[in-house]
Design a binder for this molecule. Structure first.
Ligand SMILES: [Zn+2]
Length: 153
């Protein structure tokens, strides 16, 4: 069975509020490397020890290697020694007309590295905010639990 972290805290218990996480994501957004789309996205991932791991989108002339802000933050945190399923929340922000939502690839990575009930705080630079859980963003996701059932792991 997939272990669900108990480290997910309500927004009131966190060291960073939803708004503060979006503000941190907005700062990371400024670091985006987007010479082709000029579409900046920022992310801020809160680890269980209260540390923030920022991410921005990083584009590539070959397009395919482009990395989204959410995955940049998640991979950065893993590289910094944080373990999967231990994160409290992630905020993502862009200059969209509505709160920006993670792409399908990022939703799959969120399912892999975050607890199903972890909040994903989506915002835009106009100040709008929408919160959904990782599971709500990718219902019926293929996950490590599927591999375990078949005995591959
Ligand atoms: Zn993405």
């Amino acid at each position: 069975m997939m272990e669900i972290s108990s480290s997910n805290k309500d927004a009131e218990q966190r060291t960073f509020s939803n708004e503060q996480l979006l503000e941190a994501a907005k700062q990371a957004m400024e670091h985006a490397y987007v010479p082709y789309s000029n579409f900046r996205v920022g992310a801020a991932l809160l680890a269980d020890d209260g540390t923030l791991h920022l991410g921005c989108n990083v584009e590539n002339a070959a397009y395919g290697p482009t990395n989204c802000a959410e995955r940049t933050a998640l991979f950065r945190a893993i590289a910094d020694g944080k373990r999967p399923k231990t994160f409290q929340a992630i905020a993502v922000i862009g200059a969209t007309d509505h709160p920006i939502t993670p792409c399908g690839v990022c939703r799959q990575v969120l399912i892999e590295l975050c607890a199903a009930n972890m909040p994903v705080i989506m915002g835009n630079v106009a100040g709008q905010m929408k919160i959904m859980t990782v599971e709500q963003l990718l219902p019926g996701a293929f996950s490590s639990a599927d591999l375990q059932k078949e005995g591959f792991v």
